[in-house]
Ligand binder design. Structure first.
Ligand code: SF4
Length: 398
């Protein structure tokens, strides 16, 4: 009987229709259109006839929610790996074309000399003596533009620019104006434009929006509890404040983290919980594997396995169903089969080009072979993304 105390009311969204489904807790909940199933008994509270609990409202698979508890995400994360990936693949198909994978290019427009103390990063001035990385000046506008044109010709649809700064407040007006011009010029190519420039305030976020910025990257890196092991030069709250300024300016949010820095599984869950409980999910969630750089405090750390990465990606996909989940740094240490598993788990973006800021990355020609073998297609720009009108005028471009 539907009124039985052992029944659960599940509500949520299947394709475009919100659905409220009443199911017995003892039976799998099945999304018929996807053949995706999860066992209600695993996800449900105790609703036996003796239980004082009332039937609970449990959101359906693929529902967009920001009310995840950490325990719920831990439970998803701890699922048997193949079940987890199957569920994530099913959620992926609710919201995305699983054959489409976006190719992005990341350029370091200002390398080294950063005053921050991120222990994983070769660009911190704190480790420059041991890494040997020299600080460089902000690139010229024309050189950045040419790099973006080359990236577009090679098939990238998003061009990301990173500057090793604490934030734009650290630099003068002329340099900041040049960055705004870079944004406007690259956006005029019809590419999505992302920048990662450190901490920004409301005014700077608004200036970037006016210049035509599509997305701003600011990773949370890890859980709040582990953050102090990664840097002490800023607080977790600073990161969240920057994300709020980006969101407020109407710019798409790109925020993710890094695994393999010595954190435990609980920290990986803590990171995903932070991201999945933001008032709106980031449109873009990069999941990076540490690329250990000689001379940094994290020198010599072993890269996480492809299976560890796939577990994080699958959990990100299930908890943030509509976001772009980006298989980011660390792909060089993965086999094609590892990467295929990550795509199955819901990753739908990679960075291509031979460098990711200062660390090596996979050859484009190898990636193209992989796309062919796996039947993947390059995702066009601006698919189901927070659409921004083309900038009509930009003070920075004069
Ligand atoms: S990760 Fe960014 S903020 Fe941290 S040291 Fe490197 S460049 Fe600076």
């Amino acid at each position: 009987m539907l009124a039985s105390a052992r029944q659960l009311l599940r509500t949520g969204r299947c394709h475009t229709e919100a659905a409220a489904i009443v199911v017995p807790a003892s039976q799998p909940v099945k999304c018929i259109s996807l053949s995706a199933s999860i066992h209600a008994a695993e996800a449900a509270p105790d609703l036996s006839p003796d239980s004082p609990e009332q039937p609970a409202v449990v959101p359906a698979l693929g529902a967009i929610r920001s009310d995840w508890t950490r325990e719920e995400i831990q439970k998803v994360f701890n699922s048997p790996l193949l079940e987890l990936i199957f569920t994530a693949a099913s959620v992926h198909r609710l919201h995305n074309n699983p054959r489409q994978v976006q190719r992005c290019t990341l350029l370091s427009i200002k390398t080294g000399g950063c005053p921050e103390t991120c222990t994983y990063c070769a660009q911190s001035s704190s480790w420059s003596k041991t890494t040997g990385l020299k600080a460089e000046k902000l690139m010229d506008l024309d050189d950045v533009y040419e790099a973006a044109v080359r990236a577009k010709e090679a098939g990238s649809t998003r061009f990301c620019m990173g500057a090793a700064w604490r934030g734009p407040s650290q630099v003068g007006a002329r340099q900041w104006d040049r960055v705004l011009q870079m944004v406007a010029k690259v956006r005029a190519l019809g590419m999505e434009v992302c920048t990662t420039l450190g901490m920004i305030n409301d005014v700077q976020a608004q200036q970037l929006a006016t210049a035509g910025l599509t997305a701003y990257n600011h990773n949370l890196d890890t859980s709040p509890e582990y953050y102090g092991q990664i840097t002490t030069s800023r607080k977790y709250e600073d990161r969240l404040n920057t994300l709020a300024a980006v969101r407020e300016a109407g710019i798409s949010v790109c925020a993710g983290g890094i695994i393999g820095m010595g954190e435990g599984p609980k920290d990986r869950v803590g990171l995903l919980h932070q991201l999945a409980t933001l008032p709106e999910h980031p449109e873009s969630v990069p999941i990076n594997s540490l690329v250990s750089v000689a001379g940094t405090p994290l020198e010599g750390r072993e890269a996480p396995s492809g299976l560890e990465l796939a577990r994080c990606i699958a959990t990100a996909r299930i908890t943030m169903p509509r976001s772009m989940v980006r298989l980011s740094a660390g792909r060089l240490s993965l086999s094609m089969a590892d990467q295929a598993l990550c795509f199955m788990a819901g990753a739908n973006s990679i960075f291509d080009g031979d460098k990711l800021l200062t660390t090596p990355n996979n050859e484009r020609s190898e990636d193209m072979k992989m796309f062919d073998l796996l039947g993947l297609q390059s995702r066009p720009a601006f698919v189901d993304l927070l659409q921004r009108p083309e900038p009509k005028a930009c003070a920075a471009t004069g």
